[in-house]
Ligand binder design. Sequence first.
Ligand code: SF4
Ligand code: SF4
Length: 189
Amino acid sequence: MHAFNAIGRRLGARRAMTAMSEDAPFWKRKSLAEMTVEEWESLCDGCGRCCLVKLEDEDTERVVYTDLACHMFDGESCRCRDYPNRQREVPDCLQLTPESVPQLGWLPPSCAYRRLAEGRDLPAWHPLITGDPDSVHRAGASVRGRIEPLADGFSLVEMAENDMDSLMDRITDWPEADVPDEGTPRDQD
Ligand code: SF4
Ligand code: SF4
């Protein structure tokens, strides 16, 4: 068996620019690097997939997802409980940047930052398009109802050292699946 390391999350991006009308939405007119902080933050669809615990194979560097979420994650809202101060609580929580997104191959393919970095558009269910923050949940793109949060004080490192089998039992592949424009009904997971 390979040894695995727990790794962190959160990132940023850059995408190819084409000539766009001034009326086009900002994500079609601007590269990720050109966006304001507000525009950048609004790109996050709130799926919560990047807040799941991931394991990295030390030999192959392959990253796999578990259905365990960071202890700071609220499974109902699918948002961080203290986003402005998250790195104080969780030092390995990564800040996405336009430069880092293309380097983070483990970002879920449905992630808005990854989609734009790859030259794709936002999906029809994205809250910026629907105007409804719940559309990400209705589309089956979020982790709501599919995960278990880590209890306060729970040590992932301890679990990895003492009960790797239980940790590996939590490995799941649905966070790596893309979500089509029409969404992904849960019975197709
Ligand atoms: S869109 Fe989803 S995967 Fe991407 S940063 Fe936001 S919560 Fe994470
Ligand atoms: S600290 Fe917050 S943003 Fe970072 S992984 Fe945990 S829940 Fe997600």
